[in-house]
Design a protein around this ligand. Structure first.
Ligand code: PLP
Length: 427
């Protein structure tokens, strides 16, 4: 391995553009990045699993519980009014973040998984019947596979797949045929969580719409990195998770065009989602409350608003460029290691990549680099069909957040050298 790639000073000078983002001052805002792990500096390279949280988000959670803790939409008292107002403001922030036409199109759910389950359940109940078709792709996260399998089983529908090219891009050559007159919905990821492919979703959405087919976009891995404009995309549904977007766990967003959400039956029954209840029947509430039964994750919703404002106040294009530089640097660094194979070579990758090391199990890699303070993901990344496609049991994944820097990559390079030293003779 070329020693130059281990030297973070030389890496810095090679990618001077990434310095246009002040990573040092951003890192200052993330307290966890300053703790040591097993006596080593933390190189957190697992943001695709969950991002770390800036101090403003931590403050927001603390402030909610110490200053305004009360249930929303239920009390006339001062605290309840304040909590309800903060909760509603967070929805307006989400609207701005996604450029949704109306705030009521943004539903708070537990996360991307629940958002997709909600659509599979409610859209499925209203619009999918025996022999209808649901189209997804072979690169989906299990969250965008299993709910559709369950729906297909429940309603006697058929699940079809957009195949992949060997490089890890979608093979769209037959998309027009795959979108048949029986297709009721297309659900597709914006970015692959396992290999980082950035899909041409605008083109896919437009093609589906020429046939009147609605499209759900799983934005879990896109929302933290790209400016999302659901009106420009014209998608019918868009989903993302707070915890991957610098916010707390326990909350996420389902965006849906109002005319679709209005046509769907409710997901869960309970408080807040009703206008009137008798012992026999109920009249459901308006959007967005129709889909938010029960006490929501109030503190997390409010802190999600803080996280999105934090992101929107930064230069998002500079962040994207910074993450792109880190990705290129990592590819270059890994290519210097004998026996390392990066999975796929899609036309565009966003903020993450996966690799295998000949003769060494990904779990062994993750355990050894962990001793060096490096947090990597190992396994199938909840994308078993994609792993099958590439004929691997699993891989090691490096994923970036806006706080990563060249030092993290140099630390990873050093840790991977330890792996190779330990496994000498097996590669
Ligand atoms: N979709 C994609 C592309 C993901 O990467 C993930 C999580 O890794 C999910 C869905 C599920 O997200 P959550 O666990 O936050 O519901």
């Amino acid at each position: 391995m070329n020693s130059e790639t281990l030297n973070s000073t030389s890496l810095n000078s090679k990618f001077a553009t990434s310095q246009s983002m002040d990573t040092a001052s951003i890192r200052q805002q993330f307290p966890i990045l300053h703790r040591t792990i097993r006596g080593k500096r933390l190189a957190y390279l697992d943001s695709a699993a969950t991002t770390q949280k800036p101090q403003v988000v931590l403050n927001s959670l603390q402030q909610y519980y110490s200053q305004i803790n009360a249930n929303v939409h239920r009390g006339i008292h001062f605290l309840s009014e304040q909590a309800s107002q903060a909760y509603a403001e967070s929805r307006t922030t989400v609207q701005k973040f996604l450029n949704a036409k109306e705030a009521r199109e943004c539903i708070f759910v537990r996360g991307t998984t629940e958002a997709i389950n909600l659509i599979a359940r409610c859209f499925g109940e209203a619009f999918v019947g025996p022999n209808d078709e649901i189209l997804i792709s072979e690169m989906e996260h299990h969250s965008n596979i299993v709910p559709w399998q369950m729906l297909a089983k429940r309603n006697g529908a058929k699940l079809k797949f957009i195949p992949l090219n060997p490089n890890g891009d979608l093979d769209l050559s037959n998309l027009e045929e795959l979108l048949s007159e029986r297709t009721k919905i297309l659900a597709i990821t914006h970015v692959s969580n396992a290999i980082g492919t950035l899909n041409p979703i605008k083109m896919i959405i437009d093609l589906a719409h020429t046939k009147g087919i609605p499209v759900l976009v799983d934005g879990a891995q896109a929302a933290p990195h790209l400016k999302i404009d659901v009106q420009a995309l014209d998608c019918d549904f868009y989903t993302f998770s707070s915890h991957k977007t610098y916010g707390p766990t326990g909350v996420g967003v389902l965006y849906g065009k109002a005319h679709w959400l209005e046509k769907l039956p409710p997901y869960q029954g309970g408080g807040d989602m009703i206008l009137k209840v008798t012992m026999q029947e109920s009249e459901y509430n308006q959007l967005p409350h129709k889909f938010e039964a029960g006490t929501p994750s109030i503190a997390a919703v409010i802190a999600l608003g803080t996280a999105l404002n934090f992101l929107m106040n930064l230069d998002r294009e500079a962040i994207r460029q910074h993450e792109e530089n880190l990705l290129q640097l990592t590819e270059k660094m890994l290519s210097n290691f004998p026996g390392i194979q990066i999975i796929g070579s899609p036309k565009q990758r966003l903020a993450l990549l996966s690799f295998t090391m000949k003769g060494i199990h990904p779990h062994d890699i993750a355990s050894i680099v962990d001793q060096e303070g490096v947090a990597l993901r190992a396994g199938h990344h909840c994308a078993m069909p994609l792993m099958d496609f590439f004929a691997v049991n699993g891989s090691s994944r490096v994923s970036f957040g806006l706080y990563n820097n060249e030092e993290d990559i140099a630390q990873l390079a050093h840790a991977l050298q330890q792996v190779q030293t330990l496994f000498k003779g097996r590669i």
